[in-house]
Ligand binder design. Structure first.
Ligand code: GDP
Length: 434
């Protein structure tokens, strides 16, 4: 998806604006210098166009002065983005820092949309016109806080976006090679595995059009078929060891995920599971992608480690209990060939549809054998169920009242027991009919 990066000094209202654009109030925290957020990019859409918004606000290296930090931020944004949304505080006007950013933006020749924020009243709106002096085009007065003109702003952003590459659209029927993202924290063995897989059978190195971030995919033949491994440049490239590396890696991971159908998450089996492993797994689930867990460095796992590993998995990866698991060694090649069947299983589940008749028969039986507990004299029932989508499978339950979370989890578990879905996240939502 095309990427819109939001740049500007702290407190100009970037986060509020990002919240407006993605249509929600929570989530994005205020600018905190030196803090790298776990999440830096957000899916958004406007007039049917989908894009990704990156809030650079969370990435401000503290070490150097503010001006240098913002300059770094702007460079990063420019490197990544298709369009830069530059936010200036209209009530303050252009500062030296803003002008330094403009220099960077101008040199990059990236399309820039200039938002004059905090134009909450006519006077501030007038002040916004002074920002013509920045020399990067018309300042668009907006009020992120009140939502004023944010539609106009998005119109402007969309006008400058590149055309979408159709095959990258989420949920679309798969055409061409299936798209696999290899993920995992640094040093789990991603590039070793990629090398192993690609060794004899790399077919083509192919750059994907329609983006300026030049991710490079590799087409690799495995098990008699061609697979597209997403953004392998991001795996092979050794990240610079600077403060931006985190930000950059997270972003890169997210966009690889967005373009993939299935993620193979590598963990280092010889070490304890890390917070970051769990976060990556959660990202995959949240993104609604099929998931395979690969325990790498199995050559280093002994009896004792294995004992702890099984317990770790049970305790910490409960949310991904449904994911197929392969124990591999990228180094020796052990069981690497088992990845393909696992990926196949996950992808098949991801695209699986349960016929409505079968689903409702299942619910009729379930509701009579395991009715919802009676609450306040009422007993909510599932009246009708349908699978609203595949890739990933989403179920909608029409109910006669609110189903409590425990019962919904029970339903989800039973759906899996009955219909499989190994390797795919599923979601169950309800619509209450009074
Ligand atoms: P990446 O950062 O995830 O791409 O990880 P690398 O592929 O660069 O691997 C990190 C280190 O782990 C390297 O020293 C590899 O040689 C080593 N490594 C990768 N896979 C294995 C494995 O299966 N067994 C062992 N013993 N070492 C491995």
């Amino acid at each position: 998806l095309p990427l819109v990066a939001v740049v500007g000094r702290p407190n100009v209202g970037k986060s509020t604006l990002v919240n407006r654009i993605i249509g929600r109030r929570e989530a994005v925290v205020e600018d905190v210098p030196g803090v790298t957020r776990d999440r830096v990019s957000y899916p958004a859409s406007w007039n049917g166009r989908e894009f990704t918004v990156v809030d650079t606000g969370g990435w401000l290296p503290e070490s150097r002065g503010l001006a240098a930090a913002i300059a770094e931020q702007a460079k990063l944004a420019v490197e990544l983005a298709d369009v830069v949304l530059f936010v200036v505080d209209a009530t303050v006007g252009a500062t030296d820092v803003d002008e330094a950013v403009v220099e960077i933006l101008r040199r990059s020749k990236k399309p820039v949309v200039l938002a004059a924020n905090k134009a909450d009243d006519p006077r501030a709106e007038l002040e916004a016109t002074a920002l013509w002096s920045l020399g990067i085009g018309e300042p668009l007065p907006v009020s992120a806080l009140h939502g004023r003109s944010s539609g106009d702003l998005l119109d402007r952003v969309l006008e400058t976006l590149p055309e979408p590459a159709p095959r990258e659209r989420i949920g679309e029927a798969p055409g061409g090679p299936r798209r696999v993202a290899l993920m995992g924290r640094p040093n789990v063995g991603k590039s070793s595995l990629l090398n192993k897989l690609a060794k004899e059978n790399r077919a083509v190195v192919d750059s994907v059009a329609g983006t300026t971030r030049d991710p490079v995919d590799e087409l690799i033949d495995l098990g008699g078929r061609t697979w597209r491994f997403i953004d392998t440049a991001g795996i092979r490239k050794r990240h610079r060891e600077n403060q931006g590396a985190d930000f950059y890696a997270i972003l890169r991971t997210q966009s690889a995920l967005e373009r993939s159908e299935v993620a193979v998450v590598l963990v280092d089996a010889s070490e304890s599971l890390a917070e970051q492993d769990l976060r990556i797994v959660n990202n995959v689930i949240e993104a609604g992608r099929a998931l395979v867990l690969a325990y790498n460095k199995w050559d280093l796992v002994d009896e004792e480690r294995r004992f702890y590993l099984d317990r770790e998995i049970e305790r910490q990866l409960v949310g991904a209990r449904w994911a197929p698991r392969v124990n591999i060694s990228a180094k020796t090649g052990r069981h690497v060939e088992k990845l393909v069947p696992a990926i196949d299983t996950a992808l098949e589940s991801w695209g699986h549809r349960v016929p409505t008749g079968k689903l409702n028969q299942f619910f009729t039986d379930l509701v009579s054998s395991h009715p919802h507990p009676i609450r306040g004299g009422k007993q909510p029932r599932v009246l009708f169920a349908t699978q609203a989508s595949v890739r990933p499978p989403k179920f909608v339950l029409f109910t006669s009242g609110f189903l409590e979370p425990g019962y919904r989890r029970f339903i989800e578990r039973r759906i899996r027991e009955e219909f499989g879905f190994e390797g795919s996240p599923i979601s169950v939502t309800m619509k209450i009919r009074e």
